[in-house]
Design a protein around this ligand. Sequence first.
Ligand SMILES: Nc1ncnc2c1ncn2[C@@H]1O[C@H](COP(=O)(O)OP(=O)(O)OP(=O)(O)O)[C@@H](O)[C@H]1O
Ligand SMILES: [Mg+2]
Length: 241
Amino acid sequence: MGRGYLVTGTDTGVGKTVITAALVGVWRSRGIDAVAIKPVQSGAIAENGRLIPEDAAFYRQVAGLPQTIDELNLYRFTPAVSPHLAAKLSGERIEPSRVVDFCREVLQRHELVLVEGAGGLCVPLSGPDFTVADMARELSLPLLVVARPGLGTINHTVLTVAYARNAGLTVAGIIINGLKPEESGPAEKDNPGVIAAMTGVPVLGIVPYLPGVSVEKGIADGLVDTVEKQVAWQHLVPGEV
Ligand SMILES: Nc1ncnc2c1ncn2[C@@H]1O[C@H](COP(=O)(O)OP(=O)(O)OP(=O)(O)O)[C@@H](O)[C@H]1O
Ligand SMILES: [Mg+2]
């Protein structure tokens, strides 16, 4: 079985998909058999009578994954709400065992796997008894936490790491995403060091805001190259330092 991480965030929309797709793109360009999966997607887009899980579509495009969408995503729902509610509104139910089996099978077949959660750690997948944190624990996956650069992020990130540890999870690293140079003031400069000191978790990189990147539009200009330079991706590769 290869190595895997669960990619979570301090909130929804912090850039989990952008970072996930880019890391897998970097690893694959280095000859590593890496893949990213999104077991449960809400807010899927209806296109020609099919539901497209946009996060998995973005990984395929950015990282050049050969897998089909169905190999990268198990459940998809149209409502853009928490998965437990999106499933309910769609007249379906998320089976935790199916989610776990789906991820395990991918983890067994590849060298390095990123599993993207939904929203943050406390988000219910099937309901309060099976959250993103529960999924990570069932799969014994360490976490990779994506956080915002600015005001509020110390609190959100430290709380996320504390909740993770309380739930018996380990946190392998934190990546700060979406830094706009014009907004880089004293807080943005100070936050990475304070977060690392307060959590004891390494901040693996700070990724700038890239105007040519959009998950919705399926564009990723300069993304993989930037993440290759700005993130200590080697830290997450088995056998590398
Ligand atoms: N570094 C960046 N530069 C420019 N745009 C970005 C960057 N990171 C994220 N975005 C944009 O911000 C939005 C949210 O990013 P993303 O979809 O990766 O978040 P997420 O945490 O995966 O959200 P969800 O919880 O819905 O899965 C997207 O429109 C994405 O294109
Ligand atoms: Mg996402």
